[in-house]
Design a protein around this ligand. Structure first.
Ligand SMILES: [Zn+2]
Ligand SMILES: [Zn+2]
Length: 259
């Protein structure tokens, strides 16, 4: 079977001891694509280097809402330069996180807007992180006309109304291991009701290990737990769901489409 991890943080030091083995494990199991997330404040260059090393790995770059306070005069220029890299798929992860509030909320909103504008300028989709900030996220996406570029809601945790809004704005919905958690019945209903063509799968590794590995370091091969769960919800086989979500991944990012 084939499958895709649309969002992992493979350049974080959690993978320093065995990064290549982790990648090989996933590849042996059928990993077709992996997108590693680069932070403008930290590991965007390392993410680019990893993508250059493996032909099935791509990357994103952006400033996470946690780090919004670090956005400065040179940030947009650096991000635009990274965006020219042919293996960069999207600007991200960007968005709002009112759960941790690591950066002031008004700053998060400003920097989110800046990066959406930049994505529209360079004509690339965005990868959105939103936590406990759903109303502001949707309002900003609409005001900044993010529908022009679309992209993905990563680690989706919203309700059905939010998923429908996202779909209407040209976004795909990516589910992580949190879909498998015991207390995620409502999220599973949202996933079951979405058209299969909108679904993407991710690990967010090293974070968010699926049940029953919850709390341990996550890694790309465990995206299979998400594929299995989505297959069950959509009454199909894991093989068919792995294929479908891989095609959806290709469709989500213009740089993966044959020219
Ligand atoms: Zn995130
Ligand atoms: Zn992430």
């Amino acid at each position: 079977m084939i499958f895709t991890d649309s969002h992992a943080h493979l350049t974080l030091d959690a993978f320093d001891p065995d990064r290549e083995e982790v990648i090989a494990r996933a590849r042996e199991a059928g990993l077709r694509y992996l997108c590693t997330i680069g932070s403008l404040a930290r590991d965007a260059d390392a993410a680019a280097a990893l993508a250059e090393k493996h032909d099935f790995i791509y990357f994103t770059a952006g400033l996470h809402p946690h780090d919004a306070r670090l956005w400065d005069d040179g940030s947009a220029e650096r991000l635009e330069a990274l965006a020219r890299h042919p293996r960069l798929l999207a600007i991200g992860e960007i968005g709002l996180d009112y759960h941790y509030d690591h950066s002031p909320r008004d700053r998060q909103r400003e920097v989110f807007r800046e990066q959406i504008r930049l994505a529209r300028r360079v004509g690339l989709p965005i990868a959105i992180h939103t936590r406990e900030a759903h109303d502001d996220t949707l309002r900003i996406l609409e005001e900044e006309r993010a529908a022009e570029v679309g992209g993905v809601f990563h680690c989706f945790s919203g309700n059905g109304a939010m998923a429908r809004f996202a779909a209407g704005q040209g976004f795909r919905i990516s589910f992580s291991g949190s879909l498998t958690f015991k207390n995620a019945a409502e999220l599973r209903t949202v996933a079951a009701d979405l058209p299969a063509r909108l679904l993407l799968t991710e690990t967010d590794a090293p974070f968010l290990s699926p049940h029953p590995h919850r709390g341990k370091r996550n890694e790309p091969v465990r995206v299979l737990a998400v594929v299995d769960q989505l297959a069950e919800l959509h009454r199909t086989t894991p093989e068919a769901m792995g294929e479908e979500t891989t095609r959806n991944f290709e469709a989500a990012f213009p740089r993966l489409r044959p020219r």
